[in-house]
Design a binder for this molecule. Structure first.
Ligand code: FAD
Length: 376
């Protein structure tokens, strides 16, 4: 069995929030191979903070070297995955007793980055920061959690910029959240002078690239004219599931998400699991990906020891924390009848952007004592 005698090999496809958590959980008991094209983990939860304040960059790129004690990280991209094997872009074929699909989703820059090189990703953020600094008027297209959060980040650094947050939908946020949460987020944004233009799509997308400094005017179908010096796209989660071989492709839905059962095994499979943004298990949240990673680790451990009694993933219900800058925002926690306000959101996310659990996971000094980290 596997790379090391006696231990099953678990190949984890993708080292995002879910992938690194399951790899770490199985590092002692199995032989883990983590396949990931990036040279460093990108803590994209804090990416918008780094856009407005690049001094955060060292906290959002974390080298994989310190993650696993026994397992290995292969810097490569999976191009074909089947039960029992993963083939990478460089042509390597990695045999696997178990495969965990954790390749997540892509999302427009700056919330995520397509670049696999941390230095280049950091430079991309710095370049957009310089352009944003120069822009007087900002247009954010998409008023979901990312658009709201980005509006708050920009306002916290630049009190005088004009910020327009627009969406074709009539309401902020989207998703299965309490109406009071939308009302509260809208109230805070308006108090900060963020202009909301909701309920009508753009006739055409802006003529410039997102993040580029260049003045343009666009119109909504209902007739509003919006002039800005820069814009960002704040919508568009696309699952990364284009590598599934014939045995697995029936589990890939038309929208690209991979169907799993309650045990997080891919539909029709025993040894192949999927978790996180890629899968149909739950909403697209890093916190949920990490809870799923614990279930996948437990179920692989059970199967590896010949036990067929697997545990189910239990969704905990709708949850979200939407910061509006370091001290504002609102959210909704599972099992609570009322929304939570700015102080709670600043404590769980807005102040430190959840950096610490990840610096610890990667064996790095905790935030605030980063003297050992290089500048970026
Ligand atoms: C701005 C922003 C703020 C957010 N804030 C929060 C928050 O506060 N709390 C929260 O819970 N969630 C938050 N989210 C959501 C969260 O980021 C996602 O749910 C999370 O990234 C999903 O994790 P994942 O492990 O499934 O996938 P990802 O994080 O997308 O990671 C997938 C990894 O797989 C790699 N990969 C892709 N294709 C391949 C391939 N073919 N082979 C090998 N590797 C591959 C990628 O390079 C990547 O490293 C936020 C998202 C954004 C954009």
């Amino acid at each position: 069995m596997g790379e090391h005698a006696g231990k099953p090999t678990v190949v984890v496809v993708g080292g995002g929030y879910g992938g690194v958590t399951v790899a770490k959980a199985l590092d002692e008991t199995t032989s883990v191979v983590l396949v990931e094209p990036r040279d460093e983990f990108m803590h994209n939860i804090a990416a918008l903070r780094a856009l407005v304040d690049p001094s955060w960059l060292p906290r959002i790129f974390l080298p994989y070297a310190g993650l696993l004690a026994a397992g290995r990280v292969v810097r490569d991209r999976a191009v074909l995955v089947e039960p029992g094997r993963v083939v990478t872009a460089s042509g390597a074929e990695i045999p696997a007793d178990f495969v965990v699909l954790a390749s997540g989703s892509t999302y427009p820059f700056p919330a995520k980055s397509d670049l696999a090189d941390a230095e280049r990703s950091a430079e991309q953020i710095r370049t957009a920061h310089r352009a944003l600094t120069e822009a007087d008027r900002v247009l954010l297209v998409g008023a979901g959690p990312v658009g709201i959060e980005l509006a708050g980040e920009i306002r916290a650094v630049w009190p005088d910029k004009s910020i327009v947050l627009m969406d074709e939908r009539p309401e902020l946020l989207g998703g299965p959240f309490m109406p009071e949460l939308r009302v509260e987020l809208g109230r805070q944004l308006e108090a900060l002078g963020v202009e909301l233009v909701l309920g009508s799509p753009l006739v055409e997308p802006p003529p410039t690239e997102p993040g580029q400094l260049a003045t343009f005017t666009v119109a909504t179908r209902s007739g509003s004219e919006l002039t800005a010096d820069i814009w960002f796209r704040c919508y568009g989660v696309v699952p990364n599931s284009d590598y599934l071989g014939d045995a697995l492709s029936p589990s890939r839905r038309a929208d690209g998400f991979v169907e799993v059962g309650p045990t997080l095994q891919v539909r029709g499979q025993t040894t192949v699991f999927a978790l996180g943004d890629l899968s149909t298990a739950d909403a697209k949240m890093a916190g949920f990906a990490r809870r799923q990673a614990a279930v996948v680790a437990a179920n692989i451990t059970a199967l590896a020891s010949g036990d067929d009694e697997l545990v189910d993933y239990e969704p905990i219900g709708a949850a979200i924390a939407v910061p509006i800058g370091p001290t504002g925002g609102a959210g909704q926690f599972p099992g609570q009848d009322e929304i939570v306000g700015p102080e709670v959101i600043a404590g769980v996310k807005g102040r430190d952007m959840m950096v610490e659990p990840f610096t610890e996971l990667f064996g790095l000094a905790v935030a605030g004592s980063r003297s050992g980290r290089r500048d970026r």
